[in-house]
Design a protein around this ligand. Structure first.
Ligand SMILES: [Zn+2]
Ligand SMILES: [Zn+2]
Length: 786
């Protein structure tokens, strides 16, 4: 194979226009314009060219590792119009995100025409590779047009759409640096690629049935499955209730008929996934509306170019198997994000479960051999193709909270779009993230690039994927960390990874401080905030697990001003897997050892021995570490009221309590805020007693669950108002996994606005998938003050 050029060398003389008499009369000037952000691989340069042609300026545009740089020459008025159009033109490519535009005067150069110059690799490397983009309407129309040469072609794309990040091997983004390099464009594709007025001008993954990637079908045993039409054969298998592994954009997915109880149960059994909800893929927004009640904001999120899985309220009577999302009022929906998915859905004619191609807790498979090896017990049929995936990227998850989108799992479609900080940092920082739902973050200058969602690091394969992902993204950005930031939990594998790196300064960051700093980073807040950091568990500065924290936080430091009264975890982590133990601790504390435990089935199910052991652990403070987490309170109430002794996945019981809560109920219970010492203690024991009496009295679970939510929200609002009398009215930040709970977030926002400015996560997950960004910000601030 001939060695690939380091970057595509193209020098295109695009057009000449007649300066005419204007050039004689108007004073000539020059501008250098730098545009930073997601400006490569999205049809940006052709657009710049068209704007230049419209306003009649000459010069050049090129991709470099800082983004796009333009040098333009012409009369001052034309240059002004040019810059104005670059900033405000409505025809700017949909997938482009311009974070900054800097224009500076340069000397006039007598050039003719406007050229697109070769890409250059600069010393100062920045991220400009776009995320993977969902199929655009024009490409989709071609795929469905029998007269088009791309009819039914599953790899159709253009400058506005198609795979990007997952196929890129190096920057700058040009075809030889992608996994499209082995495919030699046919004459027709090459013409499109070379023509500036074509939608496929410099579309790096450009392909057609004659020259591009191809599908292939295999059986579970790996044998070739002969089929005239791969899509039709796969769709037939799906309609018959079989499980099909599909090589998607960022890795393999497992698909089955979402309307078939038997098919979905079979998938659960084979994937060894008990109750965690599956996502459902549909072909069109109308198909989505048939399954869920969608607000305008939810529909916008669903159809956004990022194409995340959107959590929305399941429509009453929707034709979905119950096993898709047991006991859940929400359903995770996503639209087809590639022509392959679109064709498959059209052929199957029904919604499809589309879940990560892995066994529970393993990384998603992304290479053909790996998928055939690891998924042969799960899938009946494999839809493979020969376009390689470089970087694993799961489907992202998002939902609408307080009227606006929040990303809950950040991967395909969002990564590696950087988060711009308010101010640049002077040293490069690798933030290693946490243990659960791990992501990491590379911060340099003002740009924080978060890696794709990795998963829980308690599995050796996932940990291996984590290290590989850090290495790959670092290489890709030519990033060498000077500082490494990590969580204080000594047993997190991310912490161990950080402490084993040599030649870097290691800076530990408290878990909840990192949560709040992450909100601050997203919103460019540079001073102090009053923050609520509510989650299940995070390593505290004392012996306890924190997670119901009210902090006064700045970038470098924090003070713990208030926290929820802790619950003992009888048996440590066993109490998290078996939340009946938490429920017991909850009522035992509230009733000072005299709780009416016989009134609750969740306790009657336990053997006298188990009850006795748990009682002794709690009362003698033996193997019962304290936990302040709001997530633990929700677990405890959920286990008690819903009779749920065990949890099958992280956050399950809390989620079920949330699902059970009556949306219209406004009542709440009493609580106390003990202000004798710092931190203040928020004491929910009066609420626990009231809930227990109401439950025994026959009140509905829906009402009680709602009142518990309202109580925690009201206590949070009260404590913030009281604290702000001492701190002054600071911005309020909300972070932690509990703020995936829209009801909790929305009631706290409603209780504080408009007097307080309340900041929630938007582009970064509120859960532990978002702490790496905060770790990076805190480490930068601490390094400055060292
Ligand atoms: Zn397109
Ligand atoms: Zn072609």
């Amino acid at each position: 194979m001939a060695p690939a050029l380091p970057f595509a060398v193209v020098l295109v003389r695009i057009f000449n226009f007649d300066d005419g008499n204007r050039a004689m009369t108007a004073p000539q000037a020059g501008r250098r314009i730098r545009m930073l952000g997601t400006v490569q691989g999205v049809g940006f340069r052709p657009w710049v060219y068209r704007v230049a042609r419209d306003v009649a300026v000459t010069g050049r545009v090129r991709n470099d590792t800082a983004g796009v740089t333009i040098e333009a020459f012409g009369p001052a008025s034309a240059l002004e119009a040019f810059v104005d159009r670059l900033e405000h033109d409505g025809a700017r490519p949909a997938a482009a995100v311009v974070d900054r535009l800097v224009a500076e005067p340069i000397a006039f150069e007598a050039t003719s025409g406007f050229t697109i110059d070769p890409s250059t690799a600069g010393a100062e490397l920045r991220v400009s590779i776009p995320p993977d983009l969902a199929t655009c309407p024009e490409c989709l129309a071609e795929v469905h047009d029998p007269a088009n040469r791309r009819h039914d072609y599953p790899f159709t794309n253009c400058t506005n759409c198609g795979p990007r990040f997952t196929i890129v091997k190096a920057a700058p983004y040009d075809r030889p640096a992608t996994t499209m390099e082995p495919f030699r464009m046919c004459a027709a594709c090459q013409r499109e690629y070379d023509s500036v007025d074509d939608r496929r001008f410099h579309a790096q993954p450009n392909a057609c049935p004659a020259c591009g990637p191809r599908l292939e079908l295999r059986t579970a045993g790996g044998a070739a499955f002969k089929a005239e039409d791969v899509i039709a054969a796969a769709a037939m298998a799906l309609r018959e209730g079989r499980i099909v592994a599909v090589k998607g954009i960022g890795g393999f997915q497992l698909a089955c008929d979402a309307t078939s109880e038997a098919a979905v149960l079979r998938l659960r059994e084979r994937k060894r996934r008990d109750e965690k909800p599956f996502a459902v893929m549909v072909g069109t927004p109308a198909d989505a509306r048939a399954l869920a009640v969608l607000s305008e904001a939810e529909e916008a999120l669903l159809t956004s170019v990022e194409r995340p899985i959107v959590l929305a309220e399941r429509r009453e009577g929707a034709p979905l198997a119950e096993a898709v999302a047991p006991r859940n009022r929400l359903v995770g929906l996503l639209l087809a994000n590639s022509p392959l998915h679109d064709l498959l859905l059209a052929a199957a004619g029904r919604p499809l479960v589309m879940t990560s191609g892995n066994l529970s807790e393993e990384p998603i498979a992304c290479d053909n051999a790996e998928a055939l090896d690891r998924l042969h017990d799960v899938a009946d049929l494999f839809v493979l193709h020969d376009r390689e995936i470089v970087t694993r990227c799961d489907d992202s998850i998002a939902r609408v909270v307080a009227g606006r989108p929040v990303v809950l799992r950040r991967a395909r479609g969002y990564v590696p779009r950087p988060i711009q900080l308010a101010a640049p940092v002077s040293q490069s920082i690798l933030a290693c993230g946490g243990q659960l739902k791990n992501t990491f973050c590379l911060l340099r200058g003002r740009e924080a690039v978060m890696g794709p969602h990795i998963g829980d690091l308690d599995n050796a394969d996932v940990f291996q994927a984590y290290r590989a992902s850090i290495d790959r993204l670092s290489r890709f950005l030519e990033f060498t960390p000077e500082i490494v930031a990590y969580d204080l939990h000594p047993d997190y594998l991310s912490t161990r990874y950080a402490l084993e790196l040599s030649g870097v300064k290691a800076i530990g960051v408290q878990h909840h401080h990192a949560h709040l700093a992450s909100v601050m980073a997203e919103h460019g807040l540079e001073g102090q905030v009053l923050g609520l950091a509510y989650d299940g568990t995070g390593y505290g500065l004392d012996d306890a697990a924190w997670g119901g924290e009210v902090l006064l936080a700045g970038p470098a430091d924090f003070t713990r001003l208030a926290t929820f009264r802790p619950l003992p975890l009888a048996g440590g982590d066993a109490a998290i897997r078996e939340p009946w133990r938490l429920a017991f601790a909850l009522v035992d504390d509230a009733f000072r050892g005299e709780a009416p435990i016989e009134a609750f089935p969740v306790f009657r199910r336990q053997s006298p021995v188990d009850l006795d052991v748990v009682t002794r652990m709690i009362r003698r403070d033996f193997n019962a570490p304290l936990a302040h987490g709001i997530g633990r309170y929700f677990d405890a109430f959920g286990a008690l009221l819903l009779d749920r002794p065990k949890s099958h996945y992280e956050g399950q019981i809390a989620l079920e309590l949330n699902m059970a809560a009556d949306p219209s109920e406004r009542g709440r219970y009493e609580y106390q805020i003990a202000q004798r010492a710092t931190p203040w203690e928020i004491d929910l024991r009066p609420a626990v007693r009231a809930a227990v009496f109401e439950s025994i009295g026959g009140e509905s679970v829906a009402k009680i669950a709602a009142r518990i939510h309202n109580t925690i929200a009201a206590a949070s609002v009260d404590v913030l108002r009281a604290l702000s009398r001492q701190t002054g009215r600071l911005p309020v930040a909300l972070s932690g996994g509990c703020f995936q709970n829209a009801r909790l977030a929305e009631s706290i926002v409603a209780g504080l606005e408009p007097e307080f400015r309340v900041y929630l996560h938007r582009r970064v997950p509120p859960g532990d998938g978002g702490i790496a960004l905060g770790q990076a910000l805190v480490a930068a601030a601490k390094a400055r003050s060292l």
